[in-house]
Design a protein around this ligand. Structure first.
Ligand code: NAD
Ligand code: MN
Length: 479
């Protein structure tokens, strides 16, 4: 990848615009520690201008475009993403150290999301309702106006796609704010979508810090809806700010997802596959299965296999096809994770493997397996967002479920059992928005994704996402 392939300016009104006055983001390749480039951010004044022109683009055309035309454009966006898949994957790999094979999968997922919502346009509609007084009553699903999409750095491209695509499909304009650490593929998306036929102003991309650009977006009176993915802490702040104008919000937040293995399960297969359910993306995954509950009779054998499988993971240069685990996104993120590990050691937990830095440059950390972590320890309760798992034995189902549900989070999780009735009972009992039985898949383009409790509000993906990007209107016609 050459530096000329790297977009460096905000994408506003169909062009990359110079942003005089905004602070610069200095990007570092976390696999090498080398500077990657500089991206200009926007000032709060430019945020206002971009929102206002997005509003004009919505009101002046996108909102009223024939549904079939909107669908054609979004299908075209998907096609153009696929044509640029390799370039986008290389950019993501260099920007955040994402292993190249994962990066390719994620760009492909982004394209699939645009296809899904292009197709959804003609399949999402209101109802006719037989109201008791007679006459004719029907509902409309209407666009809202400008949607602010605020996304994190761990899955920059797919999350940008799964907010933008349904919002655009529903007829809204979108102002996308990528995370400060990962603005590059979002800037490319703005440019590619415009080249694919999306009118100028309908998708604006504004890189910048959360405190400046994020806050200015969330409080702008013409922003009608905020779709946020990030930490629970920032989600709480966004909800507070949004309450002033009663803006609509949907929030996809943190997690501390359980992975429960019963002795009746194919626990050997669970032990082989579970390391990647927490260590994929270097553990920087809201759905990471970071606390494992293993039924005591198979605990020792399980831990032995799990540790062996963890040691076999290919950790290193994200540019190599064979690499499974890249660096942490930044030195700061590695330091945060190391502080968790230091606490665990101090509390007397055993580090069965990993937890040390890799020699050489880059913010690498070998995946760590913790045993003997106390139920009230930080590593058992808090989201670490790095390559750390804690494994504990359990004796009875009810006690295990009480501990699982004691978490303030409720995003995802896995359950391993071959007992059908137990699978049903436990999947009903666990308080989380997403669960997988005998596997670790959390995300399907066609199915709703989101959290219970402090893991979020509202749902991304599937047809459920369309509800979050529309207002529901009821119209009644007298006889
Ligand atoms: P973060 O909350 O620090 O930042 C997310 C985004 O919000 C960034 O674009 C950031 O610049 C912006 N932001 C920060 N302060 C803001 C403010 N005051 N106003 C408006 N915007 C602001 O999260 P992160 O560190 O980028 O990502 C990690 C977190 O994201 C983890 O907690 C993880 O669990 C969560 N996450 C959740 C999901 C999900 O779908 N539930 C998916 C991925 C990540
Ligand atoms: Mn953060």
């Amino acid at each position: 990848m050459t530096s000329s392939n790297i977009p460096t300016q905000p994408f506003v009104d169909g062009v990359h615009q110079a942003a005089a006055g905004g602070a610069a983001l200095h990007l570092v390749n976390p696999a090498t520690g080398q500077p990657l480039g500089t991206v200009q951010t926007v000032t709060t004044f430019q945020v206002s201008a971009a929102v206002e022109s997005a509003h004009r683009a919505w009101e002046g055309g996108w909102r009223d475009l024939a549904p079939g035309k909107r669908a054609d454009i979004l299908f075209n966006v998907a096609r153009v993403i696929r044509e640029n898949l390799e370039l986008l994957a290389q950019i993501e790999c260099a920007n955040i150290g994402k292993p190249i094979s994962d990066a390719r999968d994620e760009i492909g997922l982004g394209a699939k999301v645009f296809e899904y919502y292009a197709g959804a346009i003609g399949k999402y509609f209101g109802q006719t309702i037989p109201v008791s007084r007679g006459g004719f009553d029907f509902t409309l699903r209407q666009s809202m106006g400008v949607v602010a999409a605020i996304v994190p750095w761990n899955f920059p491209f797919p999350i940008a796609a799964w907010k933008s695509a349904p919002a655009l499909a529903a007829g809204n304009a979108v102002v996308l704010k990528p995370a400060s650490l990962s603005p590059l593929t979002a800037l490319r998306l703005g440019e590619l979508a415009h080249a694919a036929g999306l009118p100028a102003g309908v998708l604006q991309v504004l890189p910048g810090s959360g405190r400046e650009v994020g806050d200015a977006l969330v409080t702008h009176p013409l922003v009608r809806k905020i779709s946020f993915t990030g930490s629970t802490e920032i989600g709480r702040r966004i909800m507070e700010l949004a309450s002033r104008d009663l803006k609509r919000v949907s929030l996809e937040l943190g997690g501390k997802s359980p992975n429960v293995v019963f002795a009746d399960a194919d626990w050997q297969r669970a032990a082989e596959t579970s390391p990647m359910s927490v260590f994929a993306n270097t553990g920087q995954d809201c759905c990471a299965r970071s606390r494992m509950y293993v039924e005591r009779s198979v605990y020792d054998g399980f831990v032995e296999r799990f540790v062996a499988a963890t040691r076999r993971l290919d950790v290193g240069d994200p540019r190599l096809e064979s690499t499974q685990i890249g660096p942490l996104v930044s030195e700061g993120q590695r330091a945060t994770v190391e502080a968790f590990l230091a606490d665990a050691r101090k509390a007397g937990s055993q580090v069965a493997c990993g937890g040390s830095r890799l020699p050489g440059p880059g913010s690498f950390l070998a995946p760590a397996v913790l045993l003997g972590v106390g139920a009230s320890d930080r590593c058992w309760r808090e989201e670490i967002f790095g390559p750390v798992v804690a494994i504990t034995p359990f004796d009875d189902e009810a006690g295990m479920l009480r501990d699982v549900n004691a978490s303030p989070y409720g995003l995802s999780g896995s359950v391993w059992t071959n007992d059908l009735r137990r699978a049903l009972r436990v999947s009903r009992a666990i308080q989380s928005g997403v669960l997988s039985i005998n596997c670790h898949n959390s995300v399907h383009v066609e199915a709703p994704f989101g959290g219970f409790k402090q893991s979020g509000l509202g749902r991304d993906l599937g047809m459920a996402a369309m509800d979050g990007f529309t207002e529901l209107k009821n119209v009644y016609i007298a006889d």
